[in-house]
Design a binder for this molecule. Structure first.
Ligand code: PNW
Length: 455
């Protein structure tokens, strides 16, 4: 029986990097401090009707002032990695021009605090808080934004790469383009036409590519450069060869204008055909830049995209929409499918052979409440994490080179258009007092890290 129990234990590789992830506008607050310039999220959240309850990131978890306390929480959990993002407008208040030393000083303090606690900093350069001054000139509809981003990224690489060894250019290109410029649910709240939208996507991936080149030029040798991408996690409806093949084709086609063009340096024929007259305008030189080689791919994995083989479709697959009764977490879009954390890295690895992979986000929203004893017993989040991590272990046991996992998120925080109404933290935050209370899921994560295994 003892042998049986031991063989059930799912060990992660020695040195596997357990971490957590956050983003500047979601946790920092301090929006008028240290010379920070206004961003599209300040504008958007202060526009009535855009964010639930009229919530804004003005204070949020106040991590601009409380980062030491946050790092202490990470250390107590045994975390060895922290993914954070830099607010572009703290460094260049209008997106371009003269750097702002006070902004840089803040990130220097954060990085030094992390390193002093034995935690490796992973720096994201753009997590959606575009300087408002750039939006005023067209934002991601204007190719100058891509160039400005590369200049800023290169500047940060030069300043931080003596201590930060891993950089991600952008977080979830699909999210900020679709939500910001296609359906208007996120800042800047626009709905541009199909051709303009294809161009927004193209300019965004071009900005990614240009920033990879700028980082290569400015960072110390050995610095690793990647991105945090939310490739749709295509999962076969049944694990049979035909449906698995469909999921693989789906991974390439569903993500054609994002990860596929970044990894292959070209748009797929099916994508260009599908868009027809609305296809983006581009040059061969731009495609080369977009396809600049990466050191790692970061994957943000939440919900599955179920896919089946479909011979009536030219591409050979179709996406299966779930039934109305399909289970999800508190966010309606966050349908549950632990297999996503197997198939996403598995298929990305098979298609493009990145040297290293990280799970740069995974986690969930829950209707957490403090009970009378002042505890949050988020059994749903524990269940979610245990099942997803079991599938991640499955991928690693098949030699998919996943080197680390960043849980979203350490703290409840500003969940974009959902405001503070959707809690993703493994630590409960009382937004009136800023008191942090670890949830049951914190205990679960701490034990997982200590054992380096999932039960
Ligand atoms: C990611 N969807 O956003 C972001 O990177 C985080 O900033 C965010 O807080 C977290 O996931 C939780 O939402 C997403 O609609 C936004 O599928 C939307 C979707 C997925 C991820």
């Amino acid at each position: 029986a003892a042998m049986g129990a031991a063989s059930m234990e799912k060990k992660f590789p020695t040195g596997f990097l357990w971490g957590s992830a956050t983003a500047s506008y979601q946790v920092e607050g301090g929006v008028n401090e240290g010379g920070r310039g206004q961003t599209i999220w300040d504008t958007f959240s202060h526009t009535p009707g855009k964010v639930a309850n009229g919530d804004t990131g003005d204070v949020s978890t106040d991590s601009y002032h409380r980062y030491r306390e946050d790092v202490a929480l990470m250390k107590a959990l045994g975390l060895r990695g922290c993914r954070f993002s830099v607010a572009w407008s703290r460094i260049f208040p209008t997106g371009v021009g003269q750097p702002n030393q006070a902004g840089l000083d803040y990130y220097n303090r954060v990085v030094d605090e992390l390193l002093g606690s034995g935690i490796q900093p992973f720096c994201t350069l753009f997590h959606w808080d575009l300087p408002q001054a750039l939006e005023d000139k067209g934002g991601w509809q204007n190719p100058d934004t891509a160039k400005a981003f590369a200049d800023y990224a290169g500047y940060m690489g030069g300043k931080l790469s003596d201590r930060v060894k891993s950089f991600m250019t952008m977080n979830e290109i699909r999210s900020f383009t679709e939500l910001g410029y296609q359906n208007g649910m996120h800042a800047p709240g626009l709905r541009v036409d199909a051709q303009k939208f294809a161009q927004v996507n193209h300019i965004a991936v071009l900005g990614h590519g240009l920033s990879v080149q700028a980082l290569r030029a400015s960072t110390k040798p050995g610095t690793k450069i990647g991105l945090a991408d939310n490739a749709q996690a295509t999962c076969p409806v049944l694990e049979t060869p035909e449906h698995i093949k469909a999921a693989e084709i789906g991974m390439r086609e569903q993500n054609a204008q994002y990860l596929t063009v970044i990894m292959e340096g070209k748009y797929t024929d099916a994508y260009l055909k599908r868009l027809g007259p609305n296809a983006p305008k581009f040059t061969a030189e731009e495609l080369k830049i977009i396809g600049s080689p990466l050191d790692f791919v970061g994957l943000n994995v939440y919900q599955p995209t179920w896919v089946r083989a479909d011979s009536t479709k030219e591409v050979g697959y179709s996406v299966v929409e779930g039934p109305a009764s399909y289970p999800h977490m508190l966010s309606p879009w966050l349908t549950i499918g632990p297999e996503a954390l197997y198939w996403s890295p598995k298929l990305v690895s098979k298609l493009w052979r990145p040297k290293e992979l990280y799970i740069t986000e995974n986690g969930c929203s829950s209707s957490d409440v403090l009970n009378e004893e002042g505890q949050v017993l988020d059994t749903d989040r524990v269940m979610y994490l245990r099942n997803y991590l079991t599938q991640l272990h499955r991928a690693i046991s098949e030699d998919v080179p996943v080197k680390g996992y960043f849980l979203w998120s350490l703290l409840d925080n500003f969940e974009w258009a959902d405001g503070y109404g959707k809690r993703f933290g493994i630590t409960y935050v009382d937004f009136k007092t800023q008191k942090r209370t670890p949830k049951l899921s914190s205990e679960f994560y701490k034990a997982t890290i200590a054992k380096n295994s999932i039960a």
